[in-house]
Write a protein that binds this ligand. Structure first.
Ligand SMILES: C[S@@+](CC[C@H](N)C(=O)[O-])C[C@H]1O[C@@H](n2cnc3c(N)ncnc32)[C@H](O)[C@@H]1O
Length: 299
C-alpha cells in the first residue's frame, strides 16, 4: 500500500479508465480508493496519498489519540464501518467544516487522511497535499443574482485555482447563456464580451459592462476583439473542437489567459485531454463541482 488515489464520488470509472490510459498498475481497490505502487497525476482523483501508516487501536478514544498526535486536521473516508468512522471523526473535529467564501484567501492548514481498514485498524496518511478535508472544497453560494448554477464552477476555480481577472480588464465568455459566468465576471468589474447563439437571461440586459454577441463562438474572429485579457469558455462541444479554438486564440494573442470547461458527451476523451494537460504553463483540474467535464486553466 504505497500510494492511493481517491476518486471523486460517482467518477470511480473515470479514475479507473485514466489509470489504464496512463498504463499504471493497480494493486487493490477499496471503494473509491485505488492503491498502486506507482506515483502519478490523475485528474479524476480528488486526493492523492502517500506515506501511509497502519496502526492497530483498542478503542475509539485510542484511535482519536493516535490521530491527534499526528495532525490537527483530518478528513475521513467512510469506506466501511460508517458509525465507528463517524464517532472517531467527531472526536477529532471540534467544529463542523463550513463552506468557504468566494475569493477567500487560502489557509495553511494541511489535512491528514484516514480510514478504517477493519474495526481496530487505522490506515492513515498524516499529511496530504490539500488544505481541504479529503481534497474537497465547497464555495458559499451566491444568495441572489446568478441566472444559472454554472457560476459555481467559476466561484471554485477563481477561489482555489487561479487569481481572478482584475476589474476593468476585457474578458470573453464563450458559450455564456444563460449567463452565470458572465454574471460572476461582471460582478468582478470586468468588461465582458458574452458570446452565445442563445440569449442571455433578461436580468443581465441592462448591465453596461456586458456586451452580448449573438454568434457562433467558433466563427468569432480573434482580430475582431481588441486585446482580450482572458478567454472563458463553457461551450458544449467536443474536446477537439475546443482545442482547435484555444490554439486559434492563443496564436492571435500569445499572452491570453484561459479558463475553459472540457466537456465529454460520451466516454472521456483522454487523448485530447492529455494534449490540453501538456500545454506549457497550464493546469487541468476536475473541480469539485465539475460533473463529467474538466477545467483547463492557463494564466
Ligand atoms: C453549459 S451552457 C453555458 C452555461 C454558462 N456558462 C452559464 O454560466 O450560464 C453551454 C452553452 O454553450 C452554448 N453553445 C453551444 N455551441 C455554441 C457555439 N457554437 N457558439 C456559441 N455558444 C454555443 C449553448 O448555447 C449553451 O448556452
Amino acid at each position: 500500500m504505497k500510494y492511493a488515489y481517491l476518486a471523486f464520488e460517482d467518477y470511480e470509472n473515470e479514475l479507473e479508465s485514466e489509470i489504464k490510459f496512463k498504463k499504471i498498475k493497480l494493486t487493490t481497490q477499496m471503494g473509491r480508493l485505488f492503491f498502486s505502487d506507482e506515483w502519478a497525476t490523475f485528474h479524476w482523483a480528488q486526493l492523492s496519498l502517500k506515506n501511509f501508516k497502519k496502526v492497530n487501536f483498542k478503542s475509539i478514544n485510542d484511535a482519536i489519540k493516535i490521530l491527534k498526535a499526528e495532525n490537527l486536521y483530518w478528513g475521513a473516508y467512510s469506506y466501511q464501518l460508517h458509525r465507528r468512522t463517524e464517532l472517531i471523526q467527531n472526536g477529532l473535529q471540534n467544529r463542523k467544516i463550513s463552506e468557504i467564501p468566494f475569493l477567500a484567501k487560502p489557509t495553511n492548514r494541511n489535512y491528514g487522511f484516514w480510514f478504517l481498514l477493519d474495526s481496530n485498524t487505522l490506515l492513515y496518511s498524516a499529511k496530504t497535499d490539500s488544505s481541504h478535508p479529503l481534497g474537497f472544497v465547497r464555495i458559499k453560494e451566491a444568495l441572489q443574482g446568478p441566472p444559472s448554477r454554472a457560476y459555481q464552477k467559476l466561484y471554485e476555480a477563481l477561489t482555489v485555482h487561479t487569481e481572478p481577472p482584475a476589474a476593468g480588464t476585457q474578458v470573453l465568455d464563450l458559450g455564456s447563456c444563460p449567463g452565470g459566468w458572465t454574471w460572476v465576471l461582471h460582478e468582478l468589474g470586468c468588461q465582458v464580451i458574452s458570446v452565445d447563439k442563445a440569449p442571455l437571461d433578461d436580468s443581465l440586459n441592462d448591465k453596461k459592462r456586458i456586451t452580448y454577441l449573438k454568434k457562433d463562438a467558433f466563427k468569432l474572429d480573434p482580430l475582431s476583439i481588441e486585446n482580450p485579457e482572458w478567454l472563458f469558455s463553457d461551450i458544449i462541444c467536443e474536446p477537439e473542437a475546443l482545442l482547435e479554438l484555444v490554439l486559434k486564440w492563443q496564436k492571435a494573442y500569445p499572452k491570453l489567459k484561459f479558463l475553459c470547461t472540457i466537456k465529454y458527451k460520451g466516454p472521456t476523451d483522454f487523448k485530447t485531454t492529455d494534449i490540453f494537460a501538456k500545454i506549457p504553463g497550464s493546469k487541468l483540474i476536475h473541480l469539485c463541482c465539475n460533473k463529467h467535464e474538466m477545467t483547463w486553466i492557463k494564466n
